[in-house]
Design a protein around this ligand. Sequence first.
Ligand code: GLU
Length: 278
Amino acid sequence: MIRTRFAPSPTGPLHLGHAFAALTAARLADPGQFLLRIEDIDRSRCRPEWEAAIMDDLRWLGLDWPQPVMRQSDRLPAYRAALDRLADVGLTYPCRCRRADIAAALSAPQEGATGPDGPVYPGTCRGRAMADAGPDDAIRLDVARAFHHLGADGVGFFDQAVMPGYEHRLGADDFLGGIGDVVLARRGIGTSYHLSVVVDDAAQGITLVTRGKDLFDSTYIHALLQSLLGYGRPLYHHHRLIRDAAGKRLAKRDDARAISLYRTQGATPADVAAMVGL
Ligand code: GLU
């Protein structure tokens, strides 16, 4: 049975891009299960009123999902446990570098590769012991050690929308050079998008991860974490992104394309589906 999910972060109104993602996931789930998960680990940006508004718009679109809804802010102990497992086998280190430190360390002209999370971390804090971790530190994955620990020379995943049947694979060296030592726990947050999403997809028994192509490269990180944590590998469906008239991807701040606005202007759910090409 297919089990997929729509996992919005309640940092703004539901817009056309989300409507497309949610409707796509719900259609792919049929006759399986469509779940909603609220990704609200960043308490400074998420608001309960956005969460309520998102749910209201999704119901208006005709979607329904099982209760209770998983909310990432309730799941910090689960993320902590996963982080501890990686720390216990020596795969993590505390990092005190701020953005400016990283930029300064990367000033050499040959450096400066950019991965899904921005500039590839130069490894300044690599080798610091977890026992020295302070409250202001982030926790990073030591990627070279992680591959060594797995005895693997790369990671991969399958996507049913992007070259179906082909394993998208990234070698250990390319991972290190193009993505680097990813942050598993952000400073003051205790987890990260990557760690939370992997732990939750496994906990919810997700068999098909439906999300936008903007997250395609992050999936290599998720595949590595799934292997390290001994989780199964879900299938992926990275869908196209909805763009505005200028060809720019819609972001949360594009309130002009908020579903609520179309609703007040008299649009029907079918109109919204048609607007995103469904
Ligand atoms: N919470 C993420 C977002 O709103 C989606 C994460 C995912 O689907 O894996 O962009």
